[in-house]
Design a protein around this ligand. Structure first.
Ligand SMILES: C[S@@+](CC[C@H](N)C(=O)[O-])C[C@H]1O[C@@H](n2cnc3c(N)ncnc32)[C@H](O)[C@@H]1O
Ligand code: SF4
Length: 454
């Protein structure tokens, strides 16, 4: 599972200066000004949104205008002062450089191709490389089962009373896959809280994803359940974005203590089959590794990280602290959780890899406990201030239950406040596009106890 915490790809492009523009506009003033930092994320027929900041004056909030260069017609002016999820670490750190402009009249398709956005009377706002697609879903965190083969002592899901495994049906999957166009690459999860390899149709489910959408998908697995060569060959050829593999140690005893219920020799057998299949297929599916750091394994992690990169095709290694949940046994917490000094030691001893390849996810200072989910963002039961349009988080369970959350307008900086919007079965939504369009028109005062009929 990945949390929404990385810099957006669009932002990285912006920082590298490699962004695409429909036609850069010249600054109106003669004095050389730095280009604005930001992106127009999307131009719809009724709205235009994105974010923008003046690198010379990060405290200022820019007034932006949507206009048609050929005629000079203005379609609306607004202030770029709203929270935008994808821009942590920019400017004053508030992440409040977003804009969402409702245009004065519906734009024709041709106008959508030709309108531009500028600071009122000034510099242009560049276009995102993803400008052609509308991605209102920051992620879809789906599970195709509701159980796991293991019972890890740190697991953030409480399996104590779980006895049976429910499987997503093909019909539910197909209904869920209609959300694919609305997510970005690598943001449609085939697993969130549970173990996807428990589903006997996992490969067939991956095959059901349209080829052009495969890069949107990833899943996380413990690969501890014995699988055939054909299974791993299927994964190698699946064309999805990446697979996260979870492990804590190459020492059998530590591995089996952390991955309770797993057998190290079976894990190794699977892992070897996977690596062979990926080599043979010259697979483009990236392998990422997720390692939980504890007293038992942290001193092994510098060498393990290097091994994963050198021998096990690691495109990324993520070393994580435990997102603390109340049902983790106190004894495990006391014996295994690392101190600040241990994290400092790890930080100092991990190998230096190319940027982005190694993520050390240390516990935040005074981290609050969270329940039943991996996100450490605050979740409010309802909101007086409403949620931002066009930025939603979707959770989908095996039976198609869709829980949609928005981002509160009160969000600022690192505190992204999630607001429940509705719970509804995905199979009951006939018109997905219309469903998203209707969301930003929702009267937030009707929000109550997280459910809403749309
Ligand atoms: C919940 S698991 C589900 C997928 C699969 N069962 C697995 O473990 O790979 C998703 C990821 O979350 C990690 N994880 C489990 N419990 C965690 C916790 N309390 N804090 C942070 N990550 C955790 C797992 O190690 C795994 O990499
Ligand atoms: S394998 Fe994953 S889902 Fe299963 S118990 Fe361990 S962390 Fe939890």
């Amino acid at each position: 599972m990945q949390r929404v915490r990385k810099l957006s790809k669009t932002l990285l492009h912006a920082l590298k200066g490699s962004f695409f523009q429909k036609g850069r506009m010249e600054a109106a003033q003669e004095a050389p000004e730095k280009p604005l930092l930001g992106f127009v994320d999307h131009i719809g027929c009724e709205h235009v949104h994105g974010w923008v900041m003046d690198p010379d004056a990060p405290g200022r909030r820019i007034n932006v205008e949507v206009f048609l260069p050929e005629t000079g017609e203005s379609f609306g002016i607004g202030t770029a002062d709203q929270f935008h999820h994808g821009i942590s670490g920019i400017g004053d750190g508030s992440r409040r450089y977003g804009f969402w402009l409702q245009v004065k009249r519906a734009l024709t398709q041709n106008e959508q191709k030709n309108v531009q956005v500028r600071e009122v009377g000034g510099r242009g706002v560049p276009f995102s490389p993803h400008i052609g697609s509308w991605h209102p879903l920051l992620h879809v965190a789906m599970d195709i089962v509701d159980n796991c083969n293991l019972r890890c002592p740190f697991c953030l899901y409480d399996y104590r009373n779980v006895r049976k495994t429910n499987l997503m049906s093909r019909e539910t999957l197909e209904a869920a896959l209609r959300l694919l166009p609305y997510t970005r690459d690598g943001e449609f999860w085939f697993s969130c809280l549970h173990e996807p390899s428990l589903h006997p149709d996992l490969l067939a489910f991956l095959d059901a994803i349209p080829e052009s959408m495969r890069k949107k998908v990833f899943f996380t697995s413990n690969i501890a359940r014995r699988q055939s060569e054909a299974y791993f060959q299927g994964l190698a050829q699946s064309g999805i974005d990446h697979i996260n593999i979870s492990l804590e140690s190459r020492r059998p005893e530590i591995y089996e203590r952390m991955r309770k219920g797993a057998r190290f020799p079976i894990f190794m057998e699977n892992w070897d089959k996977l690596i062979t299949a990926f080599h043979e297929a010259n697979s483009a599916v990236a392998l990422r590794y997720v390692i939980m750091a504890y007293k038992s394994n942290f001193q092994e992690l510098p060498a393990l990280t290097q091994y994963l990169v050198d021998e096990r095709r690691a495109a990324q290694v993520e070393i994580r602290h435990t997102y603390d949940v109340p049902f983790i046994a106190p004894a495990f917490r006391e014996q295994e959780f690392l101190t600040e000094e241990d994290w400092d030691w790890l930080h100092a001893n991990l190998p230096t890899l190319e940027p982005g390849k190694l993520l050390l996810d240390r516990p935040p200072v005074d981290a609050p406990s969270v329940e039943g989910g991996e996100s450490q963002n605050e979740v409010l039961p309802s909101s007086d201030v409403g949620f931002l349009p066009g930025q939603y988080l979707a959770r989908l369970t095996w039976d198609g239950t869709l829980e949609l959350k928005g981002i509160s307008r009160a969000s600022v900086g690192s505190s992204m406040i999630e607001v429940p919007i509705l719970t509804k079965n995905i199979k009951e939504i006939d018109d997905i596009e219309g469903f998203f369009r209707s969301l930003h028109e929702v009267d937030v005062s009707r929000l109550s106890s997280g459910s809403l009929a749309i």
